[in-house]
Design a protein around this ligand. Structure first.
Ligand code: SF4
Ligand code: SF4
Ligand code: SF4
Length: 279
């Protein structure tokens, strides 16, 4: 019995690793580019390690994966390889018709992937949240604001910025996109840190400003992987909601649950549930 439970814990990380590995091998062979094998194997292995450690209740499991993937993407892909993985980079490569690293990254992590693993990107990989999660307000200290519309403004601004560059037919686009990556990231960190302190909420930037949520939220609504509550075990103690960084009503199993598309699969709620009602 105990052995079956242990095996069950290993299934999710292995499955996830296999999904990433099949993407890695498919892209490597179809694009004839070894980079994809390395890239998706590295990311898949890092996330699988994180999920594996979560299953065995290692306290910092999610942070391990987040630092492994986030640092790789920011430093290796962004700073060293000059790959703009921000929203602007996505528009840029989309407009040029190049289905390469940034567009593939968005398709896997932020557009189609969330149908399977929801906002897993936000919990285990994002380099912006990797820094924000070091701040002191892991659980929001103030009621949520109704500022969600801001994300549409930043989304449109990034689109307009890249469209304007194309319309003006500026030279040295690659170089401009690299500087846009540096400045954009700097701005994200500054705004994210300032908002976290003003609203006493590490994830305020994610809730109100991040343009990527325009993709992430609707797709993760249909996520296969999601926190479920066994209502027969729940005693309505409310401990789960008190530790949720994203204000999710995880005791409601419906897809329309409050802030359901914000869940980053951190499992903090499941960890504190005295009845083991959340899985
Ligand atoms: S909402 Fe945006 S900034 Fe926050 S974790 Fe997700 S992608 Fe990163
Ligand atoms: S912590 Fe567990 S028992 Fe308490 S309300 Fe949440 S799901 Fe129910
Ligand atoms: S605490 Fe639970 S509901 Fe809230 S974000 Fe984490 S996994 Fe999702």
């Amino acid at each position: 019995m105990k052995k079956a439970a242990e095996i069950k814990k290993i299934i999710w990380p292995v499955l996830l690793w296999l999904v990433f590995e099949s993407i890695a091998v498919t892209l490597w062979l179809t694009k004839q580019n070894l980079f994809y094998l390395f890239n998706f194997t590295y990311i898949g292995t890092s996330v699988a390690i994180g999920i594996f450690l979560v299953q065995f209740r290692y306290q910092h499991a999610r942070r391990v994966a987040q630092l492994l993937v986030g640092t790789y993407m920011l430093v290796y892909l962004g700073l060293l390889s000059h790959e703009n993985m921000q929203m602007e980079g996505f528009w840029y490569y989309l407009f040029t018709g190049v289905f390469e690293a940034a567009t593939i990254h968005y398709a896997v992590a932020k557009i189609f992937g969330p149908l399977v693993f929801g906002r897993g990107w936000c919990g285990y990989a994002c380099w912006t949240a990797m820094i924000l999660d070091f701040l002191p307000y892991k659980v929001p200290q103030k009621p949520r604001k109704k500022w969600g519309a801001v994300r549409y403004i930043t989304f449109v601004l990034s689109f307009v910025f890249v469209s304007a560059l194309f319309l003006a037919q500026v030279n040295h686009m690659e170089r401009i996109m690299f500087w846009a990556f540096l400045i954009g990231n700097g701005l994200y960190y500054m705004v994210g840190i300032a908002l976290a302190f003003v609203l006493q909420d590490n994830r305020a930037f994610c809730k109100y400003v991040c343009p990527i949520t325009v993709f992430l939220k609707p797709m993760s609504y249909f996520s296969l992987l999601r926190i479920r509550c066994d209502e027969s075990k729940c005693i309505s103690c409310g401990k789960c909601k008190r530790v949720c960084p994203m204000d999710v009503d995880m005791t409601d199993n419906s897809r329309k649950r409050e802030n359901g598309t914000e869940c980053i699969l951190c499992f903090e709620c499941a960890k504190v549930c005295p009845k083991g009602a959340l899985k």
